[in-house]
Write a protein that binds this ligand. Structure first.
Ligand code: NDP
Length: 317
């Protein structure tokens, strides 16, 4: 392993030692051991992180995968600089600016000064993006891209995005147009966010406070549900179309809805990179962001309102 003397033995990190409400169980620890770097991993100095609703579910204990262990550091999304590389790492080197999504995290997450993760989950940061912008993207790009791909969205088809103004929705609208070539994109939000939906490429912005999307005469080839409305979503899809459900994961879904869970892989980020460099796909960061590292609990509280616009980012770390 290439040692780097600038890496300290201890770091600041947000840690929870039991499951419960974020504000109750999450504590700032200034003396946490910097993670060991395994042979296929790199150590990243985290410069920015982003929150996802699943972070709260993980702290609460509502969401647990086999192998999760306490104490743990929350956070899946990061952008930062490689400061150490494992012996088997060939594709990245110390000094590389990277971003990624450590969905496999069982213990160590990204709300820390340093995070160790497999190179397979990291891509080089697009130069056009700041660290803050880059950190906002990995989880939602992989969720949006993977879900639209599984739903079979392709050139000339139409899509309705439920929850268009959230972290996932803002990217799903853009990828539907720019990557998948959708001929028509509709999306739902409350009244104040309709202009945002249009600015992201939505042809039809539906105000869910005034209109029930499933009652519209227009039906769609694909419905992407980032709200948890599968029973209504299946009424808005054309015969032969599909409904991708990313929220209601543990219930039986009405056909043709199917559930989708994102995975971490650098290739999706590589595929979208030209569009990020050209500015055709843009990060959307909530206007209340970024929250400085010390205010991570406030950032969680804000995300938990369910009213965030785009992504809630932690910066600087
Ligand atoms: P956000 O917290 O970013 O979503 C907030 C947005 O949701 C707000 O802008 C709000 O807009 C919008 N919203 C709330 N209620 C409605 C509604 N009834 N109709 C339309 N929009 C609504 O969450 P994310 O986008 O990050 O995630 C969305 C969901 O997807 C979460 O439940 C999350 O856990 C899940 N998810 C699942 C993944 C998977 O792999 N399966 C991966 C990532 C996320 P407004 O203020 O206008 O209401």
């Amino acid at each position: 392993m290439a040692a780097n003397s600038a890496v300290p033995a201890k770091m600041k990190a947000w840690v929870y030692r039991e499951h419960g409400d974020v504000a109750t169980v999450l504590r700032l620890d200034s003396e946490l051991e910097v993670p060991e770097v395994q042979e296929g991993q790199v150590l990243v100095k985290v410069l920015a992180a982003a929150l996802n609703p699943v972070d709260t579910m993980r702290v609460n204990g509502v969401f647990q995968l086999p192998g999760f262990a306490l104490p743990a550091v929350p956070g899946y999304d990061l952008a930062g600089i490689v400061v150490k590389v494992g012996r088997e790492v060939k594709d990245l080197k110390v000094g590389d600016e990277v971003y990624g999504f450590m969905w496999h995290a069982k213990k160590d997450g990204t709300l820390a000064e340093y995070a160790a993760l497999e190179v397979a989950f990291l891509a080089l940061k697009p130069k056009k993006l700041s660290f803050e912008e880059a950190a906002s993207l990995p989880a939602v790009i992989q969720t949006a891209y993977g879900g639209l791909e599984r739903a079979g969205l392709s050139r000339g088809k139409s899509v309705l995005v439920l929850g268009g103004a959230g972290g996932v929705g803002t990217i799903t609208i853009q990828l539907a147009k720019e990557v998948f070539g959708a001929s028509r994109v509709a999306a739902t939000s409350s009244t104040g966010k309709l202009d945002l939906l249009k600015s992201l490429g939505a042809d039809l912005a539906i105000d869910y406070t005034k209109v029930n999307f499933e009652d519209l005469p227009e039906k769609f080839d694909v419905v992407y549900d980032a709200v948890g409305q599968s029973a209504r979503a299946v009424k808005a899809v054309k015969p032969g179309g599909s409904v991708v459900e990313i929220v209601e994961l543990d219930k039986e879904l009405p056909p043709p809805a199917f559930s989708f869970v994102a995975t971490s892989d650098r290739w999706t980020l590589e595929k979208v990179k030209p569009l990020l460099e050209s500015g055709k796909v843009k990060p959307v960061i909530d206007p209340k962001s970024p929250f400085p590292f010390a205010q991570a609990i406030e950032a969680f509280s804000y995300l938990q309102t369910g009213r965030a616009t785009g992504k809630v980012v932690i910066h600087p770390v």
